[in-house]
Design a protein around this ligand. Structure first.
Ligand code: OOG
Ligand code: MG
Length: 266
């Protein structure tokens, strides 16, 4: 895409190149907004979309979307109160039992999430939690591995949106349950490090109910002409604060009904 450069020579494509270089070079760096002071939210989403377009051009496939900053625990830790959306691709899938590849990441952190797999296409606007949930085929336990391309995970909202919301890897439990069999607001998750529980939260932590987060994603994406497709995976956002992955550290999440998951850094 050719477009006018901003005052400091910034373009969407230049920002994409910078963020992808950091990812492949395993280097975190300063906030884009420190140097590209005009970077606003709509432009940041254009960076995010262009970034995933580059990944698709290099052979990756879009498999779903994620929400970020949907719980108070995450919002308070990151200092940003607005939820956001970002893209998931097939390369981000971490098969269950495989370690987190610390050698190819920058400073990965792990957070437990409630995950939806869609049975039907879901397009906003006007999506409610109830209509969102009726498009869900199965609910799974999940972990997201986030790996910000900013030093110390320090960013403003446009920075993290441009960086595809720190997305890096994710894993989803093998078996899911139909949503009607669950009370997702009450579903509890206990997060443990090496067997010791360090945090806990229920699904209500995510926008009151994870289906509210799904509706939020469908409605927000519709403003950019994007629908959620049948078969897509949706990460509804970290239930608790994230914990750092470290060599040999076992991080596990035990849910009331969704089962348990463990990941280990290696
Ligand atoms: C931004 C991504 C947030 C979540 O689940 O809240 C996110 C970050 O924390 O680096 O994925
Ligand atoms: Mg997340």
């Amino acid at each position: 895409m050719i477009e006018d450069a901003g005052p400091a020579g910034w373009t969407v494509e230049r920002a994409v190149t910078e963020l992808l270089d950091r990812e492949t070079g395993r280097r975190a760096g300063g906030r884009l907004t420190d140097r590209w002071t005009e970077l606003d939210l709509p432009t940041a989403y254009r960076v995010q979309d262009a970034l995933v377009r580059r990944k698709v051009e290099s052979g990756e496939t879009i498999v779903g979307v994620k929400l970020g900053l949907t719980s108070r625990a995450k919002q308070e830790r990151m200092g940003i109160a607005s939820p956001l959306t970002a893209w998931l691709t097939d390369v981000m899938v971490l098969p269950e039992g495989e370690p987190i590849p610390l050698g190819s990441l920058i400073h990965p952190r792990v957070e437990p999430e409630i995950v939806f797999v869609l049975g039907e296409r879901l397009a906003g606007p006007g999506v409610t939690a109830a209509s969102a949930l009726s498009a869900v085929a199965a609910v799974h336990a999940g972990f997201e591995v986030i790996d910000s391309r900013y030093t110390d995970f320090s960013f403003a909202l446009p920075d993290v949106v441009a960086d595809n919301a720190s997305s890096s890897r994710f894993l989803v439990s093998a078996s899911g349950l139909p949503p009607e069999r669950l009370d997702l607001a009450a579903e509890e998750c206990r997060l443990a490090i090496d067997g010791k529980v360090v945090d806990r939260a229920t699904g209500a932590a995510v926008q009151g109910h994870p289906a509210e987060a799904l509706a939020l994603a469908a409605n927000a994406l519709s403003e950019r002409g994007i629908a959620l497709e049948a078969g897509w995976t949706v990460l509804t956002g970290g239930l608790t604060d994230a914990v750092f992955a470290e060599p040999g550290r076992h991080i596990s999440a035990a849910f009331t009904h969704l089962g348990s998951l463990t990941v280990t850094g290696a």
